[in-house]
Design a protein around this ligand. Structure first.
Ligand code: GYE
Length: 318
Protein backbone atom coordinates (compact mmCIF):
# COMPACT_ATOMS: atom_id res chain seq x y z
CA UNK A 1 0.00 0.00 0.00
CA UNK A 2 1.25 3.49 -0.82
CA UNK A 3 1.58 5.83 2.17
CA UNK A 4 -0.42 9.08 1.90
CA UNK A 5 2.70 11.22 1.63
CA UNK A 6 4.16 9.09 -1.13
CA UNK A 7 0.82 9.12 -2.89
CA UNK A 8 0.74 12.89 -2.75
CA UNK A 9 4.27 13.04 -4.19
CA UNK A 10 3.31 10.72 -7.01
CA UNK A 11 0.24 12.76 -7.76
CA UNK A 12 2.29 15.96 -7.80
CA UNK A 13 4.78 14.32 -10.13
CA UNK A 14 2.01 13.17 -12.44
CA UNK A 15 0.60 16.68 -12.53
CA UNK A 16 3.90 18.43 -13.18
CA UNK A 17 5.31 16.02 -15.73
CA UNK A 18 3.22 17.18 -18.70
CA UNK A 19 3.97 20.79 -17.79
CA UNK A 20 7.68 20.06 -17.66
CA UNK A 21 7.38 18.28 -20.98
CA UNK A 22 5.90 21.40 -22.53
CA UNK A 23 8.65 23.58 -21.06
CA UNK A 24 11.39 21.31 -22.32
CA UNK A 25 10.13 21.40 -25.94
CA UNK A 26 13.35 21.91 -27.85
CA UNK A 27 14.05 25.46 -28.81
CA UNK A 28 14.78 26.10 -32.47
CA UNK A 29 17.51 28.55 -33.44
CA UNK A 30 17.99 29.69 -37.03
CA UNK A 31 21.59 30.78 -37.62
CA UNK A 32 22.95 32.51 -40.71
CA UNK A 33 26.74 32.29 -40.89
CA UNK A 34 28.91 34.63 -42.99
CA UNK A 35 30.76 31.86 -44.80
CA UNK A 36 33.86 29.70 -44.39
CA UNK A 37 36.40 32.35 -45.34
CA UNK A 38 38.92 31.85 -42.53
CA UNK A 39 40.22 29.59 -39.78
CA UNK A 40 38.44 31.91 -37.35
CA UNK A 41 35.15 31.31 -39.11
CA UNK A 42 35.54 27.51 -39.13
CA UNK A 43 36.23 27.58 -35.38
CA UNK A 44 33.22 29.83 -34.84
CA UNK A 45 30.93 27.48 -36.81
CA UNK A 46 32.24 24.43 -34.95
CA UNK A 47 31.66 26.18 -31.62
CA UNK A 48 28.08 27.09 -32.50
CA UNK A 49 27.21 23.59 -33.74
CA UNK A 50 28.75 21.87 -30.71
CA UNK A 51 27.15 24.27 -28.24
CA UNK A 52 23.69 23.81 -29.81
CA UNK A 53 24.09 20.04 -29.54
CA UNK A 54 25.20 20.28 -25.91
CA UNK A 55 22.35 22.63 -25.02
CA UNK A 56 19.71 20.46 -26.75
CA UNK A 57 18.84 23.32 -29.09
CA UNK A 58 17.66 22.48 -32.61
CA UNK A 59 19.96 24.42 -34.92
CA UNK A 60 19.06 25.40 -38.45
CA UNK A 61 22.31 26.52 -40.02
CA UNK A 62 23.03 28.24 -43.35
CA UNK A 63 26.37 29.34 -44.81
CA UNK A 64 25.98 32.57 -46.84
CA UNK A 65 29.28 32.33 -48.71
CA UNK A 66 30.09 35.94 -47.81
CA UNK A 67 26.96 37.23 -49.62
CA UNK A 68 24.44 39.48 -47.92
CA UNK A 69 21.63 38.40 -50.26
CA UNK A 70 22.09 34.80 -49.07
CA UNK A 71 21.84 35.94 -45.46
CA UNK A 72 18.63 37.84 -46.17
CA UNK A 73 17.20 34.71 -47.83
CA UNK A 74 18.18 32.53 -44.87
CA UNK A 75 16.63 34.93 -42.36
CA UNK A 76 13.41 35.06 -44.40
CA UNK A 77 13.24 31.29 -44.48
CA UNK A 78 13.72 31.14 -40.67
CA UNK A 79 10.84 33.60 -40.31
CA UNK A 80 8.68 31.44 -42.60
CA UNK A 81 9.57 28.36 -40.55
CA UNK A 82 8.66 30.25 -37.37
CA UNK A 83 11.84 29.41 -35.47
CA UNK A 84 11.95 30.57 -31.82
CA UNK A 85 14.96 32.81 -32.28
CA UNK A 86 17.23 33.96 -35.12
CA UNK A 87 20.95 34.68 -34.79
CA UNK A 88 23.34 35.82 -37.48
CA UNK A 89 26.79 37.15 -38.10
CA UNK A 90 26.21 39.97 -40.59
CA UNK A 91 28.69 40.03 -43.48
CA UNK A 92 28.43 43.83 -43.81
CA UNK A 93 27.12 46.54 -41.49
CA UNK A 94 24.38 48.17 -43.56
CA UNK A 95 21.26 47.07 -45.43
CA UNK A 96 19.48 45.08 -42.71
CA UNK A 97 16.49 47.26 -41.83
CA UNK A 98 13.89 45.61 -44.05
CA UNK A 99 14.54 41.99 -43.14
CA UNK A 100 14.94 42.76 -39.43
CA UNK A 101 11.61 44.59 -39.47
CA UNK A 102 10.07 41.46 -40.97
CA UNK A 103 11.46 39.37 -38.10
CA UNK A 104 10.18 41.86 -35.57
CA UNK A 105 6.71 41.91 -37.15
CA UNK A 106 6.68 38.09 -36.90
CA UNK A 107 7.58 38.35 -33.21
CA UNK A 108 10.88 36.47 -33.62
CA UNK A 109 13.78 37.90 -31.60
CA UNK A 110 17.12 38.42 -33.36
CA UNK A 111 20.59 38.11 -31.81
CA UNK A 112 23.70 39.44 -33.55
CA UNK A 113 26.88 37.45 -33.10
CA UNK A 114 30.42 38.44 -33.96
CA UNK A 115 29.70 41.48 -36.20
CA UNK A 116 27.60 44.60 -35.68
CA UNK A 117 25.00 46.23 -37.93
CA UNK A 118 23.95 49.83 -38.57
CA UNK A 119 20.16 49.99 -38.24
CA UNK A 120 17.67 52.84 -37.93
CA UNK A 121 16.11 51.30 -34.83
CA UNK A 122 18.22 49.46 -32.23
CA UNK A 123 15.18 47.49 -31.06
CA UNK A 124 15.47 45.48 -34.30
CA UNK A 125 17.84 43.16 -32.43
CA UNK A 126 17.85 42.14 -28.79
CA UNK A 127 21.55 41.68 -28.16
CA UNK A 128 24.96 41.71 -29.81
CA UNK A 129 27.64 39.33 -28.62
CA UNK A 130 31.13 39.72 -30.04
CA UNK A 131 34.58 41.28 -29.82
CA UNK A 132 35.53 44.95 -29.69
CA UNK A 133 37.17 45.31 -33.12
CA UNK A 134 38.26 48.93 -32.65
CA UNK A 135 40.17 47.86 -29.56
CA UNK A 136 41.80 45.02 -31.54
CA UNK A 137 43.04 47.57 -34.09
CA UNK A 138 44.40 49.72 -31.26
CA UNK A 139 46.20 46.75 -29.72
CA UNK A 140 47.85 45.94 -33.05
CA UNK A 141 49.04 49.54 -33.40
CA UNK A 142 50.23 49.81 -29.79
CA UNK A 143 52.47 46.79 -30.38
CA UNK A 144 53.94 48.52 -33.45
CA UNK A 145 54.41 51.85 -31.64
CA UNK A 146 56.39 50.10 -28.91
CA UNK A 147 58.55 48.34 -31.43
CA UNK A 148 59.09 51.55 -33.41
CA UNK A 149 60.11 53.38 -30.22
CA UNK A 150 63.25 51.20 -30.05
CA UNK A 151 64.46 52.80 -33.25
CA UNK A 152 63.06 56.33 -32.97
CA UNK A 153 64.54 57.79 -36.15
CA UNK A 154 63.37 55.12 -38.56
CA UNK A 155 60.39 55.84 -40.79
CA UNK A 156 58.15 52.85 -41.36
CA UNK A 157 56.04 52.26 -44.45
CA UNK A 158 52.99 50.17 -43.64
CA UNK A 159 50.77 48.25 -46.05
CA UNK A 160 47.33 47.21 -44.87
CA UNK A 161 45.26 44.21 -45.92
CA UNK A 162 41.70 45.06 -45.03
CA UNK A 163 38.92 42.59 -44.35
CA UNK A 164 35.66 42.39 -46.30
CA UNK A 165 34.63 45.84 -47.58
CA UNK A 166 31.82 47.25 -45.43
CA UNK A 167 32.17 44.67 -42.66
CA UNK A 168 32.34 45.76 -39.03
CA UNK A 169 35.75 44.15 -38.37
CA UNK A 170 37.33 45.78 -41.46
CA UNK A 171 35.93 49.22 -40.62
CA UNK A 172 36.76 49.03 -36.91
CA UNK A 173 40.18 47.41 -37.13
CA UNK A 174 41.25 50.13 -39.56
CA UNK A 175 39.84 52.84 -37.35
CA UNK A 176 41.47 51.63 -34.12
CA UNK A 177 44.85 51.11 -35.79
CA UNK A 178 44.88 54.56 -37.45
CA UNK A 179 43.80 56.24 -34.23
CA UNK A 180 46.87 54.91 -32.37
CA UNK A 181 49.60 55.16 -35.05
CA UNK A 182 48.83 58.88 -35.43
CA UNK A 183 50.95 59.34 -32.30
CA UNK A 184 54.06 58.65 -34.41
CA UNK A 185 54.13 60.57 -37.71
CA UNK A 186 56.96 58.36 -38.98
CA UNK A 187 54.48 55.50 -39.26
CA UNK A 188 52.57 55.83 -42.51
CA UNK A 189 50.07 53.56 -44.25
CA UNK A 190 51.27 53.72 -47.86
CA UNK A 191 48.78 51.22 -49.33
CA UNK A 192 45.53 49.71 -48.15
CA UNK A 193 43.27 47.26 -49.93
CA UNK A 194 40.79 44.50 -49.14
CA UNK A 195 41.95 40.90 -49.13
CA UNK A 196 38.41 39.75 -48.21
CA UNK A 197 39.64 37.91 -45.10
CA UNK A 198 40.90 34.97 -47.22
CA UNK A 199 44.36 33.48 -47.75
CA UNK A 200 44.05 33.46 -51.54
CA UNK A 201 43.06 37.11 -51.79
CA UNK A 202 45.57 38.13 -49.11
CA UNK A 203 48.33 36.56 -51.19
CA UNK A 204 47.10 38.13 -54.43
CA UNK A 205 46.87 41.67 -52.99
CA UNK A 206 50.26 41.36 -51.25
CA UNK A 207 51.78 40.32 -54.60
CA UNK A 208 50.44 43.49 -56.16
CA UNK A 209 51.76 45.59 -53.24
CA UNK A 210 55.21 44.05 -53.70
CA UNK A 211 55.22 44.68 -57.44
CA UNK A 212 54.85 48.44 -56.96
CA UNK A 213 58.47 49.17 -56.27
CA UNK A 214 58.22 52.91 -55.62
CA UNK A 215 58.46 52.54 -51.84
CA UNK A 216 60.00 49.96 -49.54
CA UNK A 217 57.49 48.03 -47.43
CA UNK A 218 58.53 47.76 -43.77
CA UNK A 219 55.35 46.55 -42.09
CA UNK A 220 52.25 44.57 -43.05
CA UNK A 221 49.10 45.02 -40.98
CA UNK A 222 46.55 42.33 -41.91
CA UNK A 223 43.02 42.45 -40.50
CA UNK A 224 43.13 38.68 -40.00
CA UNK A 225 45.62 35.84 -39.75
CA UNK A 226 44.52 34.09 -42.93
CA UNK A 227 45.35 37.12 -45.11
CA UNK A 228 48.70 37.41 -43.29
CA UNK A 229 49.42 33.74 -44.01
CA UNK A 230 48.59 34.25 -47.70
CA UNK A 231 50.80 37.36 -47.74
CA UNK A 232 53.68 35.44 -46.12
CA UNK A 233 53.68 33.16 -49.16
CA UNK A 234 53.74 36.15 -51.52
CA UNK A 235 56.64 37.70 -49.57
CA UNK A 236 58.64 34.46 -49.70
CA UNK A 237 57.98 34.06 -53.40
CA UNK A 238 59.32 37.60 -53.87
CA UNK A 239 62.57 36.46 -52.26
CA UNK A 240 62.06 38.31 -48.98
CA UNK A 241 61.94 37.07 -45.38
CA UNK A 242 58.53 37.51 -43.76
CA UNK A 243 58.85 38.51 -40.11
CA UNK A 244 62.30 40.02 -40.76
CA UNK A 245 62.41 42.04 -43.97
CA UNK A 246 58.75 42.88 -43.42
CA UNK A 247 57.29 42.97 -39.91
CA UNK A 248 53.88 41.30 -39.89
CA UNK A 249 51.01 42.05 -37.52
CA UNK A 250 47.63 40.33 -37.73
CA UNK A 251 44.46 39.60 -35.80
CA UNK A 252 42.52 36.47 -34.67
CA UNK A 253 45.13 34.26 -32.95
CA UNK A 254 44.27 31.06 -34.84
CA UNK A 255 46.52 28.03 -34.72
CA UNK A 256 47.97 28.81 -38.17
CA UNK A 257 49.18 32.16 -36.83
CA UNK A 258 50.91 30.52 -33.87
CA UNK A 259 52.62 28.11 -36.23
CA UNK A 260 53.76 31.00 -38.44
CA UNK A 261 55.09 32.82 -35.36
CA UNK A 262 56.96 29.71 -34.23
CA UNK A 263 58.57 29.58 -37.66
CA UNK A 264 59.58 33.25 -37.26
CA UNK A 265 57.39 34.43 -40.16
CA UNK A 266 54.75 36.38 -38.25
CA UNK A 267 55.59 38.86 -35.49
CA UNK A 268 52.40 39.22 -33.49
CA UNK A 269 48.72 38.31 -33.46
CA UNK A 270 45.94 40.06 -31.56
CA UNK A 271 43.44 37.59 -30.21
CA UNK A 272 39.81 37.56 -31.38
CA UNK A 273 37.88 34.73 -29.78
CA UNK A 274 35.55 32.78 -32.13
CA UNK A 275 34.28 30.37 -29.46
CA UNK A 276 30.99 32.17 -28.99
CA UNK A 277 28.72 29.09 -29.14
CA UNK A 278 28.07 28.42 -25.44
CA UNK A 279 27.32 32.08 -24.67
CA UNK A 280 25.08 32.33 -27.72
CA UNK A 281 23.02 29.29 -26.64
CA UNK A 282 22.54 30.72 -23.14
CA UNK A 283 21.53 34.04 -24.63
CA UNK A 284 19.07 32.34 -27.00
CA UNK A 285 17.45 30.55 -24.04
CA UNK A 286 17.23 33.75 -22.00
CA UNK A 287 15.77 35.71 -24.90
CA UNK A 288 13.11 33.10 -25.60
CA UNK A 289 12.28 32.95 -21.86
CA UNK A 290 11.90 36.76 -22.04
CA UNK A 291 14.58 37.31 -19.39
CA UNK A 292 16.33 40.69 -19.50
CA UNK A 293 19.62 40.46 -21.42
CA UNK A 294 22.55 42.84 -22.01
CA UNK A 295 22.35 44.75 -25.29
CA UNK A 296 26.12 44.40 -25.83
CA UNK A 297 28.24 41.46 -24.66
CA UNK A 298 32.00 41.67 -25.33
CA UNK A 299 34.76 39.09 -25.09
CA UNK A 300 38.10 39.37 -23.24
CA UNK A 301 41.14 38.90 -25.45
CA UNK A 302 44.94 39.09 -25.35
CA UNK A 303 47.92 39.96 -27.56
CA UNK A 304 50.46 37.25 -28.43
CA UNK A 305 53.90 38.20 -29.75
CA UNK A 306 56.10 35.64 -31.52
CA UNK A 307 58.30 35.17 -28.40
CA UNK A 308 55.49 33.36 -26.57
CA UNK A 309 54.19 31.36 -29.56
CA UNK A 310 55.92 28.07 -28.84
CA UNK A 311 54.80 28.09 -25.21
CA UNK A 312 51.21 29.12 -26.02
CA UNK A 313 50.56 26.88 -29.01
CA UNK A 314 49.56 23.77 -27.00
CA UNK A 315 47.02 25.88 -25.03
CA UNK A 316 45.22 27.22 -28.08
CA UNK A 317 41.66 26.00 -28.53
CA UNK A 318 41.19 27.18 -32.11
O1 GYE B 1 38.59 38.16 -37.79
C1 GYE B 1 38.03 36.92 -39.72
C2 GYE B 1 36.73 36.41 -40.19
O2 GYE B 1 34.20 38.76 -38.01
C3 GYE B 1 35.80 38.62 -36.30
O3 GYE B 1 35.80 37.37 -39.76
C4 GYE B 1 35.31 38.09 -37.58
C5 GYE B 1 36.33 38.08 -38.69
C6 GYE B 1 37.63 37.37 -38.38
O4 GYE B 1 36.68 36.07 -41.46
O5 GYE B 1 39.04 35.96 -39.75
Amino acid sequence: MIKPLARRTLLAAALTLPALGALAAPLTLGFSQVGAESEWRSANTASIKAAARDAGITLKFADAQQKQENQVKAIRSYIAQRVDVIAFSPVVESGWDTVLKEAKAAGIPVILTDRAVKVSDPSLYVSFIGSDFVEEGRKAARWLLERAAKNPNAALNIVELQGTVGSAPAIDRKKGFEEVIKANPRLQIIRSQSGEFTRAKGKEVMESFLKQRDKKIDVLYAHNDDMAIGAIQAIEEAGLKPGQDIVIISIDGVRGAFEAMKAGKLNVTVECNPLLGPQLMQLARDVVAKKPVEKRITVNEGVFPAEVAAKELPNRKY
